[in-house]
Design a protein around this ligand. Structure first.
Ligand code: NAD
Length: 387
């Protein structure tokens, strides 16, 4: 990667408080390469608990704020105020917090979904562009090296013409009504907090983004979706959904999004079938990519090896053989967010023009996909033109 010259970036966090599911990986990833420096936060819906947590993390007492509005107002008054913020709160707050951050001139790393509607996503994109600010969205699996390898293989024609895309993120953790005991699950199945979908937005958009990274030349033309609430109390939100998609080059895709795949730990997979060969990647074994040429024995490509394309080696930390995981993938993404922020403020390091990271456009595309899936499903599972 290009040499870092202008980091760490002064950084704050909203949400991700003690006991939250995703707060810790944001901090690990942002701090891992000295890309960001945590100097402020409003970590919790409970002000006292959030302040205590910030102090435990080592923040100055005065910069562990009771809520995000106070954080933005007070940081704006400081000469050393935050330059970037991460938002790791439940879905219903993303739009308002992201908007407030951009209005204060602060770069954003936002959890998915970026917001609830395409109209909101477009408003955030326009605001970010007008202010010259970066919005990154944490589709964290995209930071795995083998995703870059898959992208390079498609680009170089190793698979031939792309015909079939098989996506799934189907885990089993919510095959029963665990939300009765678990607050992190409870808001996910309540449309007031989760938005128009549960699993389509919560898990389906992850492999969707991977497909966008690996197949940037293909656009969805139309789709058809059906969704179910196998745990009845979750209706109208779905805990399982199946989507069929047609692309403009004639390829076809299916996406299985599920929280009720009993027994499955994560079950996130992307398989891309070309006219000559196929590739397949699972997030439960992220260091390997299966490369299957018709008529030849299957090859398992390993992370960190010299035979990979140079794009895949850029983020290598330790060489082949040593397993890497989700924390390294998120670290790679946060480093790209940092490079993009510096590039955007005129401090571009060499190589910045090739940076691939989930930006506001990825956030918008995720929201667009959910909106189209819900439109199709709620009309009885019919084909809809992709809008
Ligand atoms: P959670 O319920 O476990 O934690 C949410 C945290 O936000 C809590 O600490 C809560 O106190 C705090 N909070 C709530 N409202 C707040 C507010 N207004 N101001 C400040 N803090 C507030 O939720 P989670 O599972 O960590 O999910 C948070 C977000 O991260 C969701 O949008 C979810 O979709 C996303 N997520 C993304 C991934 C991923 O792979 N990218 C994985 C899990 C969760």
């Amino acid at each position: 990667m290009p040499e870092k010259k202008t980091m760490p970036i002064r950084w704050g966090m909203i949400g991700g408080g003690r006991g939250s599911q995703i707060g810790s990986i944001h901090r690990s990833a942002a701090l891992r390469d000295n890309t960001f420096e945590l100097v402020a936060g409003a970590f919790d819906i409970d002000a006292a608990r959030g302040r205590a947590f910030g102090i435990d993390l080592g923040l100055d007492e005065g910069r562990s704020y009771p809520d995000y509005r106070t954080l933005f107002a007070e940081e704006a008054e400081r000469p050393d105020g935050i330059e970037a913020v991460s938002i790791a709160t439940p879905n219903n707050t993303h739009f308002e917090i992201c908007k407030a951050s951009l209005e204060h001139g602060i770069h954003v790393v936002c959890e998915k979904p970026l917001c609830f509607t395409v109209a909101e996503a477009k408003e955030l994109k326009a605001l970010a562009e007008a202010r010259g600010l970066i919005v990154g969205v944490t589709y964290g699996y995209a930071g795995h090296q083998m995703i870059e390898q898959a992208r390079a293989m498609v680009k170089n024609g190793d698979l031939g013409e792309i015909r079939v895309v098989n996506l799934q993120f189907a885990r089993g953790f919510h095959s029963a009504a665990v939300e009765e005991q678990n607050p992190s699950t409870r808001w996910r199945v309540d449309p007031k907090f989760a938005g128009p979908s549960y699993v389509l937005g919560d898990v389906g958009t992850h492999p969707l983004y991977l497909s966008e990274v690996i197949l940037p030349h293909m656009n969805i033309k139309r789709l058809m979706c059906v969704r179910q609430s196998f745990v009845k109390s979750r209706a109208p939100l779905e805990d399982n959904a199946v989507t069929l998609m047609e692309y403009d080059n004639g390829a076809i895709a299916n996406v299985w999004s599920s929280a009720v795949n009993a027994g499955s730990m994560h079950g996130q997979k992307i398989r891309i079938v070309g006219s000559r060969a196929s590739i397949e990647w699972w997030d439960e074994r992220p260091n390997q990519l299966s490369y299957e040429i018709q008529g030849e024995p299957v090859r398992i490509l390993e992370r960190g090896m010299d035979y990979l394309y140079p794009e895949a080696r850029l983020d290598d930390r330790i060489g082949g053989g040593h397993p890497e995981g989700l924390f390294e993938a998120w670290g790679n993404l946060y480093r790209r967010f940092g490079l993009a922020i510096n590039g955007n403020r005129g401090l571009a390091p060499e190589g910045i023009e090739n940076l691939v990271f989930p930006s506001v456009d990825a956030g918008l595309e995720g929201v667009r996909w959910v909106e189209n899936c819900v439109r199709s499903a709620d009309a009885g599972g019919v084909w809809v033109d992709y809008e």
